[in-house]
Design a protein around this ligand. Structure first.
Ligand code: AMP
Ligand code: GLY
Length: 425
């Protein structure tokens, strides 16, 4: 089967790497891809926002299945248009992708299905929003309703911060995404991510992960897309997973099916494990980045078969098998990220760093002849397997040492929380 993979990050490199292992795959294309993905796929500079162009490309190359990595094409309805043209795709249609595309949509699903989540108010005007935060007080969480590339959330510890965040939203800091605001109760606990595949009816649990969103060691500094991750997440015990499936995931799948807009694809639940049990913070409708990289390292089943079963409605006949090992990934980013940074600096030693149980996934790179150049903020994901979090952490950082990139940096403490737990502290 010929497959087209949409996206260009570390997530997509790990998906390409896993798809390439499938005996079902005859040829993989990627648009736009990156320097690492060239090992597994032929790259195309197709404009992904031009759905007619994507369909024409698939017809020309006899591509039968499209795997959509990032959220923007899902929310833009690429899967709907591909399906209408008779091309199968992995990922949700436009309406169920609103679970990621609109925080208000998700809150309405939670209300309808009685799913545990933070209490909230929803506002389309500044005066109403300000009155609400003044009534509730701090700490409180202000969220732009729409897609804001992970930047539309302010966890305000003081009322002044909360008021400033509300005003910034309505003044257009997040563009159209902020024309509506969701204001939430502050949840306390440990965060974890849980991934599930659905075919619209069935929900197949995948695995758990935890990421590190802050730029610097000790979970300090500005928020980023994620500076590292590991799987499994020790905080999510089997009992908690069963509870999350029953009270959060299954009611979501049932509600969307009942509405006539079934959810197909991967559902990524961001959870807070509170004293009252797990609560839903948010849904994403694609794999996490860099969480996908650690999931793919542990996945032992055929990814292409699982994705096809999600698209075709046959997930009840599938299982997902995982290595018992822990996978951990360290993100190497360009100095300055998440602020401004240089592009085009050369990275050496990537091939020396990869070994048995260690993969270097490319997140933002570009090939220039034989050279690999940095081409983004998050640039490489050095990913390792180990029999414990500590072992995976050691293997990943040993591999980081072999990469020669003076213009990059990484956190030195990815996995610290889980290592502390392993040490029994
Ligand atoms: P989101 O984009 O909704 O995942 O929010 C980004 C981050 O803000 C989350 O990963 C949490 O760390 C934090 N956050 C979001 N909502 C809440 C909440 N209700 N209570 C506490 N922290 C939150
Ligand atoms: N690592 C967080 C995300 O992919 O949304």
């Amino acid at each position: 089967m010929k497959v087209l993979l949409i996206g260009s990050g570390g997530r997509e490199h790990s998906l390409a790497w896993a798809l390439a292992k499938s005996p079902k795959l005859t040829k993989l294309y990627a648009a736009p891809g990156n320097a690492g993905i060239t090992a597994h796929a032929e790259l195309s500079d197709l404009d992904v926002s031009n759905h007619a162009g994507v369909i024409a490309f698939c017809q020309d190359k006899q591509i039968e299945f499209v795997v959509v990595g990032p959220e923007a094409p899902l929310v833009a309805g690429l899967v709907d248009d591909l399906n209408a043209a008779g091309i199968k795709a992995f990922g949700p249609a436009k309406v169920p992708a609103q679970l990621e595309g609109s925080k208000a949509f998700t809150k309405a699903v939670c209300d309808e299905a009685d799913i545990p989540t933070a209490g909230y108010g929803r506002f389309d005007n500044e005066a109403g929003a300000l009155a609400y935060v003044r009534e509730k007080g701090a700490p409180i969480v202000i969220k732009a309703d729409g897609l804001a590339a992970g930047k539309g959330v302010v966890v305000a510890m003081t009322l002044a911060e909360a008021e400033a965040a509300v005003t910034a939203c309505f003044e257009g800091s997040f563009g159209a995404a902020g024309s509506e605001v969701v204001i939430e109760e502050f949840l306390e606990g440990e965060e974890a991510s849980f991934f599930v595949l659905s075919d619209g009816t069935n929900a197949l649990p995948l695995a758990t992960a935890q990421d590190h969103k802050r730029a610097y060691d000790g979970d300090e500094g500005p928020n980023t897309g994620g500076m590292g991750a590991y799987s499994p997440a020790p905080v999510l015990t089997d009992d908690l997973i069963a509870d999350v499936m029953k009270r959060i995931i299954e009611p979501t799948i049932v509600t969307l099916a009942k509405r006539g807009t079934p959810f197909k694809g991967v559902l990524y639940a961001g959870l807070m494990i509170t004293a009252d049990g797990p609560k839903l913070i948010e849904y994403n409708t694609r794999f996490g980045d860099p969480e996908c990289q650690v999931l793919m390292m542990r996945l032992q089943s055929d990814l292409l078969e699982l994705m096809l079963a999600s698209a075709e409605g046959t997930l009840d006949q599938c299982s997902a098998d995982w290595s018992d090992d822990v996978a951990l990934t360290v993100v190497m980013a360009a100095k300055g990220y998440p602020g401004s940074y240089d592009k085009g600096t050369e990275i050496k030693g990537i091939n020396n760093a990869a070994s048995a149980g260690v993969e270097v996934f490319h997140a933002g790179t570009k090939a220039d002849g034989d050279k690999v150049l940095a081409n983004g903020g998050r640039v490489l994901n050095v990913t390792a397997l180990g029999t414990s979090v500590k072992a995976a952490q050691q293997a990943a950082y040993e591999a980081v040492q072999k990469i020669d990139w003076p213009d990059g940096f990484c956190r030195t403490d990815i996995g610290w929380r889980a290592v502390t737990r392993e040490n029994g502290n």
